[in-house]
Design a protein around this ligand. Sequence first.
Ligand code: ZN
Length: 130
Amino acid sequence: MTGQEPKVAFVSAWLIVSSIALLIMLSPYVLSDGALLSASRAFQFQHRDQKQCALCGMTRAFIAISRGDLDEAFVLNRSSVALHRILLTNELLFTIFLVGRIKKLCSRTVGWPSSNLTRQQKRRQRHAIA
Ligand SMILES: [Zn+2]
C-alpha cells in the first residue's frame, strides 16, 4: 500500500458522491415535479412514530429552490436551503477540480499551456503562437 492510495480512494469517493449530488441538484430543472415526487417516494421509508425525519419535504423544498422560492423551501424543510448551499459549494469545488484535471490532461496529451510552466515559458509559448 502506497501513501497515495488513501488520497486516490478519497478523491474517487468524492467524485462519485459529487456526481450523484449534481444529478440531484439538476433534476428539478430537467424532470417534471410529478416525476421527481414519484421517484423520491421510491426512496422513502416508513416512519415508525409518525414524526417527520430530517429528509421529510426535502424533494418539494429542492423543487421550490429551483424556482427561486427560498421561503417556501424553508417552510417545507428547514435544512433544505442550508443543504442546497453546501451542495452548491461542493459542486463549485467539483467543477474547479475537474477543469484543473482536464487542463492538466490536455497539457500532457495535446500540449495545451500547462499551469506548471513558468511565466517566462508561458510568455514564450504565447509569442510562438502569435
Ligand atoms: Zn421523513
